[in-house]
Design a protein around this ligand. Structure first.
Ligand SMILES: Nc1nc2c(ncn2[C@@H]2O[C@H](COP(=O)(O)OP(=O)(O)OP(=O)(O)O)[C@@H](O)[C@H]2O)c(=O)[nH]1
Ligand SMILES: [Mg+2]
Length: 293
């Protein structure tokens, strides 16, 4: 039996969470077309007959000054330091910049690294080949072109991840594919739908706090959550004309939550303004964006 922790690293929007979900075969991490979707280190467990890979999906690396940005950066550092190897995910549809090349080079010097060239389904082959050619200058890395969205070449990816694992019993029970409770997943699903239905810059300023998560004797799961935004002017935009936008978010979230809990869900969303919440320790703790002791 071989098992190991693999940190999933890369720039915002590269497809780290899409890939994590594809390998796990379950949705453990939310996905959106906007950068900086993932905020926490998310565990996704891949079980095979004789192996277990514990993926640590991470927030895309970006510069930011808020306490939330620092929390996100710490989550990446912690994933890196607690893993046996790294999977660096690149958006293969864009030319690789010099900083990324240097980052991968220094990563590979300290950690067994597999570089994943993702989005091959939409990539210009010449651009992707150029990236692969440049990367092959780096010693000791494996390079695998894939499409996470289309689930292409994932078997090849798994086979190059195998040597990064250690002889070890599995870390997680076979039926456990993530470590986060349903309550956390509920907040994330609401945030994913908010990212989907809201325009412009507002989504980056959104946090979701689940204030109630009860399973009643009638089997119905009652969930209440606050959608937190930064500015008074954002509130009517999130609610929408006649409550239309919030309704869209709520309906889409409820549908997915019902699949997740395998039962009926009542979901109530409230919009709250908390200016500067990304720097407010108490709010960050309530949202789970604080170091666990
Ligand atoms: N065409 C195509 N799109 C992809 C692929 N993988 C991911 N995407 C899209 O790329 C966008 C970003 O995907 P995510 O998985 O959220 O990216 P991420 O790296 O986790 O982003 P952050 O959490 O913000 O760091 C989404 O719109 C995905 O649907 C792929 O293989 N092909
Ligand atoms: Mg992500």
């Amino acid at each position: 039996m071989k098992s190991g922790f693999i940190a999933v690293l890369g720039l915002p929007n590269a497809g780290k969470s899409t890939l994590t979900n594809a390998l796990v075969g379950e949705k453990v991490s939310i996905v959106s077309w906007r950068p900086q979707t993932t905020r926490d280190k998310i565990v996704g467990v891949v079980n095979g007959d004789d192996y277990q890979i514990v993926l640590l999906d991470t927030p895309g690396i970006h510069e930011g000054k808020s306490k939330l940005s620092r929390f996100m950066a710490d989550e990446v550092t912690s994933a890196k330091s607690s893993s046996d190897g790294a999977m660096y995910v690149l958006d293969g549809s864009r030319p690789m910049d010099k900083d990324t090349f240097e980052f991968i080079k220094s990563l590979a010097a300290t950690t067994p690294t597999v570089v994943v060239v993702n989005k091959m389904d939409i990539a210009d082959k010449a651009v992707a080949m150029q990236t692969v050619a440049r990367l092959s200058e780096i010693k000791k890395i494996e390079i695998v072109p894939i499409s996470a969205e289309k689930k292409e070449n994932l078997d090849e990816l798994l086979s190059v991840l195998m040597p990064l694992l250690k002889d070890s019993v599995p870390y997680y029970p076979e039926d456990m594919y993530t470590d986060k409770p349903l309550r956390f997943m509920a907040g994330e699903i609401v945030r994913e739908k908010a990212l989907k239905f809201l325009l412009a810059e507002i989504p980056h300023g959104i946090g979701v706090e689940v204030t109630k998560f009860d399973v009643g004797e009638d089997g119905v799961t009652r969930i209440e959550a606050d959608v937190i935004c930064e500015k008074e002017t954002h509130k009517p935009i999130i609610i929408g004309k006649g409550g239309e936008t919030l309704k869209k978010i709520s309906v889409a979230a409820r549908k997915e939550l019902e699949t997740l809990v395998e039962g009926k869900v009542y979901l109530r969303l409230f919009v709250k303004v908390k200016s500067g919440w990304k720097d407010d320790g108490a709010v960050l703790t309530a949202l789970g964006y604080a170091k666990k002791k």
